[in-house]
Ligand binder design. Structure first.
Ligand SMILES: Cc1ncc(COP(=O)(O)O)c(C=O)c1O
Length: 396
C-alpha cells in the first residue's frame, strides 16, 4: 500500500504506519479570496521583475488558434528575434513552462548516465537534484554558499573520472547567493572534452549579462521570461547547439515536452509549437523582444553592469557583500546583513510605506542577507530609489 495519499487539496499527507490513518504534516492553506484590490508594488525581486505596461497590455487580445497562420507569424517572429537578440547561430525553443522545465529536458535529452554539477547554492543544488530524480548518477563539486565555481576544479573532476560525464550542468548566476559563475571559462575547457555536453542555467541573468553563446562550447542555455527579459512569467527559452540536437536523436529516453527534436522539427515544418502554447504570453514576448532588440544586448549588458556596480558600492558602504569578491552577479546583489537589521521587518515596512518589494536572503540566509534584483527594466535611478528607502527605514 502506498505510504502517501492525496488530501482533498492535493497535498500529500503520509499515513501512519501503525494505524494507516492520514496525519496532516503540512499546513493546508485556507482559501484567501483574490479581490483584485491590491496595491501595485515596484518589484526588486530576483524575478518576477517589472514589466512595461505596453507589454502587459499586449496580452489582452481576442484569442486565436494555435494552428492559425497568425500563430505562425507570432511564433516565428519571437523565435527569430530571440536568436538575433542572443546573437547566436543556435536554434531557439520557446516553451510554455517555467525555466525549471529545461533542467528536466536538458538532462533527459543529453545525459545517459552521468552528470557533473558544481553546487554552490540552492539552485545549482536543485539542478543536481533534478538529475538524480531522473535516475542519473550525479557527481557534485561542492562549494560553500557564496563561493564561485573554479574551472580548475571542473577540469580535475573530469580528469579523475574513469567513465567521464555525459554533461556538465552549471548555474551561471546563483540567485540564492548573488554569485556569477565563470561559465565561459568552464565552457572553454570543455572544448577538450567533446563527448561532454555543456548545459547552462542562465535563468536569473540571461538578457542582462552578455554571454557569447557560440564561442564557449555551450550546448544548451536557458532562461525564464520573468527575469532579465522583463516579461510576465510562464515561458522558458532555451538555445540548442547542433551537437546537442544530434545527441538527442540517438536517445530514446529524451524528454517528450522539451525534446529538442520534437520542438525544433515542429518549428521547421510548421513554424509553431508542438502543443498549445500560452498565446497571450507570446504576444507580450513579441512586444518586449522588440524593445530588447532596439536597446541591443550589449547596451542591456552595460546598463545591468552599471546597476550592479551602483548596488555593490552602496552595499559595501552600508553593509557588506555576501558573494566572494570578483564574482558578484550583474542582476542580483546579495547583501550581507552586517548591521543585523531585521530583514523581514524592513522588507515589510518598505512594502507598506514605499510600495517597493525586495527579497530576504535565501532559505537559511533569510536574516543573514537580503537580495536586490536589478534586472530587466530597472535603471540606476530606480535602484537608488530602493536603496534610499532602505536607508530611511533602517535609519542609516
Ligand atoms: C538560477 C535559477 N534556476 C532556476 C530557477 C527556477 O526558475 P523557474 O521558477 O522559472 O522555473 C530560478 C528561479 O529563481 C533560478 O534563479
Amino acid at each position: 500500500m502506498s505510504q502517501t495519499e492525496r488530501s482533498p487539496v492535493g497535498i500529500k499527507t503520509p499515513k501512519s504506519p501503525a494505524t494507516g490513518v492520514s496525519v496532516s504534516v503540512v499546513h493546508v492553506p485556507k482559501k484567501s479570496e483574490y479581490t483584485d484590490d491590491y496595491t501595485n508594488k515596484t518589484l526588486y525581486l530576483p524575478g518576477p521583475t517589472e514589466v512595461r505596461e505596453e507589454v502587459t497590455e499586449a496580452m489582452a487580445q481576442p484569442m486565436f488558434g494555435h494552428r492559425m497562420d497568425r500563430m505562425t507569424d507570432l511564433y516565428t517572429t519571437i523565435v527569430e528575434d530571440t536568436k538575433e537578440f542572443l546573437d547566436t547561430e543556435q536554434e531557439v525553443i520557446i516553451l510554455t513552462a517555467s525555466g525549471t522545465e529545461f533542467w528536466e529536458a536538458t538532462t533527459l535529452n543529453l545525459v545517459d548516465e552521468r552528470m557533473l554539477v558544481p553546487t554552490s547554492g540552492a539552485f545549482s543544488e536543485r539542478q543536481a537534484n533534478v538529475a538524480e530524480r531522473l535516475g542519473k548518477t550525479v557527481d557534485r563539486v561542492e562549494y560553500e554558499w557564496g563561493r564561485a565555481v573554479r574551472p580548475d576544479d571542473i577540469r580535475a573532476a573530469l580528469e579523475s573520472s574513469d567513465e567521464g560525464y555525459d554533461a556538465v550542468g552549471m548555474v551561471m548566476n546563483e540567485t540564492s547567493t548573488g554569485v556569477r559563475n565563470p561559465v565561459e571559462a568552464v565552457g572553454d575547457l570543455l572544448g577538450e572534452y567533446p563527448d561532454t555536453y555543456f548545459i547552462v542555467d542562465a535563468i536569473s541573468c540571461l538578457g542582462g549579462d552578455y554571454i557569447d553563446i557560440d564561442a564557449h562550447n555551450v550546448d544548451a542555455i536557458f532562461t525564464s521570461t520573468q527575469k532579465a527579459f522583463a516579461m510576465p512569467p510562464g515561458l522558458a527559452v532555451c538555445t540548442v547547439s547542433d551537437a546537442a540536437y544530434e545527441r538527442e536523436l540517438e536517445k530514446e529516453s529524451a524528454s517528450w515536452y522539451g525534446g529538442f527534436q520534437r520542438c525544433l522539427d515542429y518549428y521547421d515544418r510548421k513554424g509553431q509549437t508542438h502543443s498549445t502554447p500560452a498565446i497571450p504570453l507570446m504576444l507580450a514576448y513579441r512586444v518586449q523582444m522588440k524593445h530588447m532588440l532596439a536597446e541591443g544586448h550589449q547596451q542591456r549588458d552595460r546598463r545591468h553592469r552599471e546597476m550592479a556596480e551602483y548596488t555593490r558600492e552602496w552595499a559595501r558602504e552600508q553593509f557588506g557583500l555576501f558573494p566572494e569578491a570578483g564574482y558578484e552577479s550583474q542582476s542580483v546583489t546579495c547583501v550581507e546583513n552586517t548591521r543585523g537589521i531585521d530583514v523581514a521587518e524592513t522588507i515589510e515596512t518598505i512594502s507598506a510605506e514605499y510600495d517597493m518589494v525586495f527579497s530576504s536572503g535565501y532559505g537559511s540566509l533569510s536574516e543573514e542577507s537580503f537580495r536586490i534584483g536589478h534586472m530587466g527594466e530597472h535603471t540606476v535611478d530606480s535602484v537608488r530609489a530602493l536603496t534610499d528607502a532602505i536607508e530611511d527605514v533602517a535609519g542609516l
